[in-house]
Design a protein around this ligand. Structure first.
Ligand SMILES: Cc1cc2nc3c(=O)[nH]c(=O)nc-3n(C[C@H](O)[C@H](O)[C@H](O)COP(=O)(O)OP(=O)(O)OC[C@H]3O[C@@H](n4cnc5c(N)ncnc54)[C@H](O)[C@@H]3O)c2cc1C
Length: 424
């Protein structure tokens, strides 16, 4: 189908807005802008949702809906997303948020959930290095709360004299798990962003932490509700290959044909948006080019060797350090039985960048998702989004505009909608 950009005969002209990307940012933009404008939402994929991707699996005679991308939100940091779920009448399921580290080279395993799991290996009780790590965690919590400087996480660790165990078995694994990157990259992460995020999400507090939830029925529940409301205004398997500015509008180029609109919202990743622009101006090249994405291989599987050896140490998020030989890199594994409260009798696990160490016969599915890579340069570029978004009829949104999470994607879409005169 090729849209023409002309209003139907006899219909009052409503400004036409194209939205590219049906992840949560694009879906929210389409829902809100659709109240005032004639919207059309395009996605390259054969399903809507982007990183919200629930898959159905059959194990041991039962059927389970497993989230392989976006999984959890909380009652403190997701106000816009939770309002949306309420409007859509989509329910939540309480989730346990716990974090384990296994470091085979050190013979170390712990799960920070409670004292019993922290000392899952009873010998941690009298291990000096473990005690020092706990002391460093408390010291870090105190210092990070007041942190307002620049620099990277690695520089901060060195400057403050934190120990290797704290760096390698706590802060870098936790950062790597939260932002889906490798510990090596985590040390390059901007310390200001990390300190702010840890403080806002209660990660520096022993008590008074936010309550976490997964989505009842998996994230596909809310995606389906949004799609139902949008109806035939969504076109799937419709990759946009190019975007160019016209004197009074914008032109979208598809594999076959093109369509003209009054304005466009690019609700895809920063690098994808830049690649789509046929003549980006220098500010667009600079800003979008400064926030790269990195692709992670995600495997849904049942190989428990990625989890801590001791069952007591199993957490919802599990970090396993690489081996000493360097043959196996570090891996992050989400235990979906714990996170989504799935009652499956066998483990349902989602691991990042660990495909080479997962027993092939346990694999239930493989996916690729890209994450924004934050650096000081990227943060400086983010702060300049206003220089390009909404300028000459092209608007930008997506999780990359803030911290990279679901609420960030929603918030960035709401920013645009407010600018275009639609409040959530
Ligand atoms: C494994 C994993 C776990 C996560 N867990 C959490 C979590 O628990 N909590 C949390 O808050 N966040 C989590 N996140 C992050 C969060 O899910 C994302 O930040 C958010 O969903 C991104 O939404 P988005 O709309 O910006 O982008 P996406 O969801 O990536 O959507 C972008 C869309 O644009 C489309 N597109 C791209 N190019 C084109 C084109 N040329 N033409 C048409 N369409 C195009 C894509 O097909 C895609 O559908 C997780 C992410 C991953 C990958």
């Amino acid at each position: 189908m090729i849209a023409t950009g002309k209003p139907a005969t006899g219909a009052a002209h409503r400004s036409r807005i194209a939205i590219v990307g049906a992840g949560v940012a694009g879906l929210v933009a389409a829902r809100l802008l659709g109240r005032k404008y004639d919207v059309r939402l395009f996605d390259a994929n054969d399903r809507a949702g982007g990183h919200s991707h629930t898959v159905m699996v059959n194990v041991a005679g039962g059927e389970y809906r497993v989230d392989t991308g976006f999984i959890v939100c909380n009652n403190r940091n997701y106000p816009l997303f939770l309002n949306l779920l309420e409007e859509l009448k989509v329910g939540l399921v309480p989730a346990e948020m716990s974090f384990s580290v296994s470091n085979p080279a050190l013979g170390l395993e712990y799960n920070g959930h409670n004292l019993n799991t922290l000392f899952a290996q009873r010998r941690n009780l009298w291990r000096g290095a473990f005690g020092l790590m706990l002391y460093d965690i408390l010291r870090f919590n105190r210092i990070a709360r007041r942190y307002n400087g620049g620099g990277t996480v690695g520089e901060f660790i060195a400057r403050q004299g934190f120990g290797d165990w704290f760096a390698e078995n706590y802060l870098l694994p936790m950062t790597a798990a939260i932002w889906s990157c490798e510990p090596r990259q985590a040390s390059e992460f901007p310390m200001g962003l990390l300190a702010g995020f840890f403080a806002n999400h209660g990660l520096l507090d022993l008590f008074n932490r936010p309550r976490w939830y997964s989505i009842a029925g998996g994230s596909r529940s809310y995606v389906a509700a949004l799609c139902r409301d949008l109806g035939d205004r969504i076109e799937l398997e419709r990759p946009v290959r190019g975007v160019s500015r016209l004197a009074t509008g914008v032109r979208l180029r598809f594999d076959q044909g093109s369509a003209d609109f009054d304005q466009i919202v690019l609700a895809c990743h920063s690098d994808e948006a830049l690649a789509m622009l046929e003549s980006p101006d220098p500010a667009e090249t600079e800003i979008l080019g400064a926030i790269p994405y990195r692709t992670n291989a995600v495997t849904l599987h049942q190989d428990a060797s990625l989890m801590p050896d001791q069952r007591r140490a199993w957490a919802s998020w599990n970090f396993r350090a690489g081996d000493e030989s360097g043959n196996q890199g570090p891996a992050v594994t989400y235990c979906m039985n714990i996170l989504q409260r799935l009652k499956a009798p066998q483990p349902l696990l989602v691991s990042l960048n660990a495909a080479d160490r997962i027993a092939a016969e346990t694999v239930l599915g493989e996916y690729r998702y890209s994450h924004p890579q934050f650096s000081e340069r990227a943060l400086a570029a983010q702060a300049r989004r206003g220089e390009i978004s909404g300028v000459e009829r092209i608007h930008y949104c997506g999780a990359w505009c803030y911290h990279g999470f679901h609420e960030d994607a929603v918030r960035s879409a709401v920013d645009i909608c407010r600018r275009l005169g639609v409040a959530p």
